[in-house]
Every structure is written in C-alpha cells, then in structure tokens.
Design a protein around this ligand. Sequence first.
Ligand SMILES: [Zn+2]
Length: 390
Amino acid sequence: MREVAVGRQLACQRHALRASTVFVMALILSIVCYTAPTGGARTFDIYVVDVEGGNATLFVSPSGESVLIDSGNAGPAAVRDAERIMAAVKDAQLAQIDHLITTHWHGDHFGGLAELAARVPIRNFIDHGPNVQPAPVADEFLQKTYPQLYAKARHVVAKPGMKIPVAGLDVLVVTSAGETIAKSISGGGAANPYCASFKPGENNAEDPMSVGTYVTFGKFRTIHLGDLTKNKEFELMCPTNRIGTVDVLLGLHHGVDTSNSEVLVHALRPRVAIMNNGTRKGGQPEVMTTLHSSPGLEDVWQMHFSQLSGQEYTVPGLFIANLLDEPLAAMPVAPIPSPQPGPGSPPPPVHNGTAYWIKVSAQPDGSFTVTNSRNGFSKTYKADLRRGAD
Ligand SMILES: [Zn+2]
C-alpha cells in the first residue's frame, strides 16, 4: 500500500511539475504575445475631404503625424469647409496638424485656413512664397491674417527637393513656385513616350506655382500636385519622367482640362485616381477620356457627381462620394455644358448638407483599400509585384 501511496505521490508531483511548467510556458507565451509589436496593423491613411470643388487632403502617418494639403474655400463656405476637415481630423484622432501645405493662393485652396486654425493647432505652415496673381482676398489674407497664424508656429517656403519630416513616411516636394525637381527620384528617369504629342495649355498665374508633394510609405506611392497646369506637367515629366509611377494619383486639379495631360497621367500609370471635382467643376470629357484610357488604371473615384461628365463619362455611383442636396432622379447621358460665365450665370447645383470623404488606407507592401464613406463601398487593391520593376 505504501508503495502505491509513494507512487501516487510521485505521479502527483510530476503532474504538479508538468502543470507548473505548462503554467510558466503559458505565462511566457502571454507576455510574448502581449509585447508582440502591433505595428503590422497600422496603415498610412489619406482622407480626401469634400470641399465642393476646392481641395483638402489629409495624410495621417502610422505614427499619428499629419500633413494637410489645403484648407477648402473662402468666404461663406470657409466655416463649412473647416468643419468638414475637422470631421476627418477627429476621425483620425489627431490633436494637431503637424504640417499644412497651401499649394497656391487661390480661394479654393487657402480659404478655410483661418477658420481651421481656430479649431486645431497647426505646427508648420508650408507654401510656395508670395502670391503672383493679384487678388484682393488673397492679398489681404497674406498681409494681415496669415502672418498671425504662423507667428507662434513655423513657416517654411517649399523648394523642389525639400523633404517634410514625417516619421514613417517619405514626403518630398517635387514642384513649387514654378520650379520642378531637378533630378529623377528613385524609380524615375526613363524616357517619357508621351512628350512627343504634348500640346501646351493656357495658364493663369497661380496654378503653375502649386506645391506638389510625392509620398512613399514602404512600397506604396502617391502624388498630389495641387492645381499644377499642363505646361508645368510637361516640365516635370519631359523629356524624362522624373517621378516614375504611382499607385494613387490625388487631386487632379479638380479634374479640369487645363491640367491632366497624358505626359503626366499616362506616364505616372496610377492604379487609382481620386478627383477632387465639384458639382459643376471638373470631370470634363477630355479629362475623363485621358483617365479612362490611362495604361494600368483600375478605377477613378470622384468627390462628386459632375454635371460636366454626364453619364457618358462618369464612373458608377459606387465610386462617387457626394451627390446634391436635392439629387436628380436621373442624370442625362450627355454632359450638361457649363453656362457662359457672367453675372447672369446660374450657380452650380448646391451641396451644403452632409459631406462624405474618400479614404485610402495603405500598407507598406503597396496594397491599399479605398472606401467611400457615403455608401460604405470599399475596394482593396492588392500589391502588384510586377510594378516593383518599374
Ligand atoms: Zn483649385
């Protein structure tokens, strides 16, 4: 009996030992699991905010640092647009905007800046330098308001080749004040076959001054050129394509036809283009044709349905973030031409109600997901290994 009891005791001790070993291992495992890096799940996010045919594009790095490109419209729309940008700032849980790039001094790009600065701290103000297209609203803003906004922050005049420091991203200025980056960046430098058929376009004075920004996150690449016009697109992309290719082409000067030449769009070979057009601004047939025929382009996403596209040139509603306050039951197939500008010209269809953004979430392997916040439609673009050799 005693032997049996001893045997039981030994077995029990072995059990206890095994149990304690299992416990210790479980403990170690739980500690390892607990301290395992969670960075793999963090994405580079881009919010394309609806500012009715102006621009406001918010970059949020995986480290939580932010770059905002432009701040929406001036005048009565400034509060509306600042609030719409703030909705994205809150969604991204930002306490401040680290860098604000004003691409150029047109009211649809700097207009909401004072209202925005009253709502969230802005740490660094970046622009191309003085306004070169005299205009009362811009000139007064630059003389009186703007210096007060950056007095307690930083103010930097962008030069091509300048890097904007954001942890986890590579943010490079490629155009500013009419100058373009002198050397090809990594992935660029090939001859651009579209240069031979380039047709120059008309410019105003400020659009060609736009600060253009190229961002990489691992293998993911995107570019936003403000309202850079065709002639500057040519200088940037010809005779050699200094940029290479991108995954996502942002902005597109609202989709207007004084920009978006083939030397830019077709040579960049974007997989996705996200156009910051308005209800009657941009999305013209020429631009939509250039986009839809761009090699390797998978989808165009639009901020708005544009009357200038009509059904003939637009994309399916799934890819359109915003409609009108009073949506039409049906849109004609043919584009609705823009009325003659002038005092009697009817205003574009109104959209002051709820605004929706298009959000891009990119992974370091180059894959990315685009989501339309109006209808929840989302599409993931897998990393394209063939593009690594571009
Ligand atoms: Zn503009």
